[in-house]
Design a binder for this molecule. Sequence first.
Ligand SMILES: CCCCCCCC/C=C\CCCCCCCCCCCC(=O)SCCNC(=O)CCNC(=O)[C@H](O)C(C)(C)COP(=O)(O)OP(=O)(O)OC[C@H]1O[C@@H](n2cnc3c(N)ncnc32)[C@H](O)[C@@H]1OP(=O)(O)O
Ligand SMILES: Cc1cc2nc3c(=O)[nH]c(=O)nc-3n(C[C@H](O)[C@H](O)[C@H](O)COP(=O)(O)OP(=O)(O)OC[C@H]3O[C@@H](n4cnc5c(N)ncnc54)[C@H](O)[C@@H]3O)c2cc1C
Length: 664
Amino acid sequence: MEGVDYLADERKKAEFDVNEMKIVWAGSRHNFELSDRISKLVANDPGFSKEGRTMLPRKELFKNTLRKATYAWKRIIELRLSEEEAAKLRHFVDEPAFTDLHWGMFIPAIKGQGTDEQQKKWLPLAYKMQIIGCYAQTELGHGSNVQGLETTATFDPQTDEFVIHSPTLTSSKWWPGGLGKVSTHAVVYARLITNGKDYGINGFIVQLRSLEDHKPLPGVTVGDIGLKFGNGAYNTMDNGVLRFDHVRIPRDQMLMRVSQVTREGKYVQSDVPRQLLYGTMVYVRQTIVSDASNALSRAVCIATRYSAVRRQFGSQNGGQEIQVIDYKTQQNRLFPLLASAYAFRFVGEWLKWLYTDVTQRLQANDFSTLPEAHACTAGLKSLTTTATADGIEECRKLCGGHGYLCSSGLPELFAVYVPACTYEGDNTVLLLQVARFLMKTVSQLGSGKKPVGTIAYMGRIEHLMQCRSDVKQAKDWLKPSAVVEAFEARAARMSVACAQNLSKFDNPEEGFAELAADLAEAAVAHCQLIVVSKFIEKLQQDIPGEGVKQQLEVLCGIYYLFLLHKHQGDFLGTGYITSKQASLANDQLRALYSQLRPNAISLVDAFNYTDHFLDSILGRYDGNVYPKLYEAAWKDPLNQSDIADGFHEYIRPLLKQQLRTARL
Ligand SMILES: CCCCCCCC/C=C\CCCCCCCCCCCC(=O)SCCNC(=O)CCNC(=O)[C@H](O)C(C)(C)COP(=O)(O)OP(=O)(O)OC[C@H]1O[C@@H](n2cnc3c(N)ncnc32)[C@H](O)[C@@H]1OP(=O)(O)O
Ligand SMILES: Cc1cc2nc3c(=O)[nH]c(=O)nc-3n(C[C@H](O)[C@H](O)[C@H](O)COP(=O)(O)OP(=O)(O)OC[C@H]3O[C@@H](n4cnc5c(N)ncnc54)[C@H](O)[C@@H]3O)c2cc1C
């Protein structure tokens, strides 16, 4: 029945002010109002309908995305939306498109690596979308190893140009989003060669297609790399392949903030660190951390609502069966994911602050916090995307058979999300970057250099190496100081153990390669400590709204106690807790699940997602799942006729043959 709220009883159980929680989730009242307004604007516009998306063949799917992306741009202009509003609109349109890379990487690369003059020339064109750009770094043969890229940019002093060339098959650019069929320009990363000397990787703005007829320019071979994982999903994006045959560009299209080549061909290194060339990746990794909470909360919202609607077993005297959300096993799989969505939200907010801070420092030529910013963005990108991709898949399983239907929204969400574990840095490769940072920190402990920021705990290494948990009863695990010390001691001990093992090798690089798996685990421990600490710090702020803070405390407790339970081998193995204390942590975790249960539906309502954005029958706000599932099945193209196409060709002869056999 339309108009009935099947989750109304669940909503009545809430012990907190949901509207205030919506503001906490959004980060501020301003953000809430902005998201609320723009998400409704998109949901109510038929131009942004998602109907039938997963059924479309690739060419139609792609054309439909072009239509939507350009329609979004038209609306942005007509409504005179600000940059912030436009970004929100693209987010709620909810379909990966070339515009993600244009706004998300091409423009930031020019901003971060271009000189003032270059920014003045290129940014106005890009902001008006008079040129469309992508970020062409990865090649067929190399992605993670940026120093191993093979494309060359050789300076020709005769003509004052760079010659961009793909010398081998493996040097073909491969993967850039928006490249395959749309971009007119790219920031291309290539080896800079001048006066016969190779100066390593640099960025260059290269025009690829004519602005008149969109044909590839002479010397440019460009196309799409082919179908990717899942129905619909990331196939809306034209990830591309690109080869250059001695393509000439003016010298001033080398991005020259980090280093320059003079008219005479002299290479000049600025006094900014070379790592700034990687600045766009730091920026995007930070946005990916914020996006993790979007994707995970979306899956959790679907699984939580459906778990309250779905009933199995336990009917007493002909009454209703039990809601599956009341099974402790369901809670133990679902509630830590709900808690993780909130945890990633808050660590994402903090990381945004850290990124803004490092950017301001860089502008003032203070490069001191760059290594920490790199370690935090790399590590948290790895941690949150791994947990989110795994979490979306767990949510699908939490919805039983119906989770496997595309109409649940979960298969497509997973297919779109899972490459986040690979793009913008493979998650293992990124953890090893964090491990290098940790090993460097440990090796400098005796030097008098005081560790600061997220690594400050290493400054208390002597205490952290020998302290023991003083937890005596389950509720002691609710004390923030007990928890932070536990996570600090675990992270510090794992790092120190790695450093001690590394010192046994004559060649440190050989040692690092041999111990890589342990090092990656130490990096995970460090990153989990950051997430836990930032959640606890959030709770120390003034949080208005009846019961809001209490709910966040429950979620925070679930987040860290679940981690403690899952990784208890680390906590026990490093000797910080006893098996009795581990068992008390588990008792407390179960108690928190019971506290969370009546609030579960309202905690996912606080994400304030429209049904359009969720695009899931199982996650509908009103919980009216079964009639809508039934209705959706009949919309499948297979059900357009009672007799399937192919019946006469294949099934009928088979049945006839069986009839003949039966007669024999
Ligand atoms: C129903 C469902 C529908 C749903 C629809 C949903 C629709 C949603 C819509 C949109 C979704 C939004 C999601 C976002 C969209 C994102 C789009 C995808 C974009 C992807 C783009 C890319 O992938 S671009 C390519 C990225 N490539 C990489 O990341 C490569 C990884 N490799 C590296 O980063 C590095 O090379 C390395 C870190 C591995 C280092 O290598 P190496 O050891 O060789 O080091 P170097 O010699 O180069 O340098 C060593 C030195 O530098 C320090 N360092 C390294 N990196 C950095 C850095 N970034 N910043 C600062 N410093 C750095 C390093 O620590 C070393 O320092 P030392 O002091 O010398 O130790
Ligand atoms: C959907 C999608 C969109 C993308 N968009 C873009 C884009 O717009 N622009 C762009 O330039 N690129 C893009 N990429 C490319 C992406 O950035 C790379 O795929 C990514 O950086 C991983 O590199 P790789 O493919 O070389 O993986 P590899 O490095 O080949 O990884 C393969 C395996 O080797 C392991 N491995 C590699 N090195 C090490 C090591 N040192 N130690 C231990 N293990 C190691 C990895 O953990 C992994 O298991 C995109 C990729 C995808 C999937």
